[in-house]
Design a protein around this ligand. Structure first.
Ligand code: NCD
Length: 325
């Protein structure tokens, strides 16, 4: 996440403006500009929302995914990138299983590159849409986060963020922190706005050293103790595809870390429940919690489109070097 607070404020303001703009004028902003989506890993929310965001601004998009392209035949990232540029792509949105792939692609193509998730490293647009979700539930005067049914007017949504916007707000991130680029991007972003971030999970998925990850970040192994301090609870999926030999006893995991209706009612009855998706019902959280009144999971998805419109617009209207979010 290499955006400063003024740039983040500007993106949030543009997201709000673009979301409410008439679709018939909005689609002139990037009319016929060419954007390639290069996806080496599967994705539902991120890919679709980037694509819909780019199309909402009038851009032409094309999807290249590892299973139906020459990537399967062994073509390198460099050659795929150069090919997309030769085909007229003016920006590339990339998801890759290797950390750092967006930087390599930028170096090779000199195009604006948008990171849609790189390995276990970062997922910047997810953190931005998570921030927007939190801001829409933040009551600025009392500095409290109000869950869905009692949602405050979203005064915080369009205003500039500062290093104290989220002071007094505690966000607990729960589960497979070790493999989560979503956790990493949120850990980099939220404390910069004054939030306290508690990381919660078993040692296998959350090493003790994570407590030194940065200012405002601490580790709490006891889920219920963490819940009692939280205004926002961000649940994560166990990333089976990245466990690399780690054996997790799912029964034990659920006993200690599953977000159930009972736990939520007893320890965090007013907290906002978030999850980047895909959710595994019955594992990290119960279906009742996912569908319940405290859940902001589908709102997060909706904010993804607005945030990505702002990010795509910025990439294609700023200097190429500033294109990466
Ligand atoms: C996440 C991802 O791919 O990093 N999902 C997302 O983009 N919304 C998290 C996950 O896969 O569990």
């Amino acid at each position: 996440m290499d955006l400063d607070l003024p740039a983040i404020s500007q993106l949030l303001a543009r997201a709000a403006a673009l979301e409410s703009q008439d679709p018939l004028t909005r689609d002139r902003i990037l009319l016929k500009r060419r954007i390639a989506l290069l996806f080496y890993e599967s994705s539902t929310r991120t890919r679709t929302s980037f694509e819909l965001a780019a199309k909402s601004l009038g851009a032409d998009t094309t999807l290249v995914s590892s299973l139906s392209s020459s990537i399967e035949k062994g073509e390198t990232l460099k050659d795929t990138g150069l090919t997309l540029r030769a085909l007229g792509a003016e920006a590339i949105i990339i998801r890759h299983n290797s950390s750092g792939a967006p930087w390599l692609l930028e170096q090779e193509t000199r195009l604006p590159i948008l990171n849609a998730g790189d390995g276990m490293h970062e997922h910047p647009t997810q953190a931005l849409l998570d921030l927007r979700t939190i801001l829409t539930h933040l009551d600025l005067s009392s500095k409290t986060v109000i869950p869905s049914e009692a949602r405050a007017a979203s005064a915080a949504e369009g205003s500039a963020v500062s290093s104290s916007t989220l002071s007094g707000v505690t966000v607990t991130i729960v589960g497979d922190i070790l493999h989560s680029r979503v956790a990493r991007s949120n850990m980099l972003l939220l404390p910069r706005l004054g939030a306290r971030v508690i990381l919660c999970g078993p040692t296998q998925l959350l090493p003790d050293s994570a407590a030194n990850a940065g200012p405002g970040i601490s580790v709490e192994r006891d889920f219920e103790a963490a819940l009692r301090q939280s205004q926002v609870v961000m649940m994560l999926r166990i990333q089976a595809e990245r466990l690399a030999g780690l054996q997790i006893d799912l029964g034990q995991y659920k006993d200690a870390y599953q977000l159930t209706g009972q736990r939520l009612a007893a320890h965090a009855p007013k907290a906002l429940v978030m999850h980047p998706g895909p959710i595994i019902r019955g594992l990290e959280l119960t279906a009742g919690v996912a569908d319940g009144p405290q859940s902001a999971i589908l709102e997060q998805v909706r904010h993804g489109v607005a945030i990505r419109m702002a990010v795509v617009e910025r990439a294609l209207t700023a200097q190429p070097k500033e294109g990466r979010a």
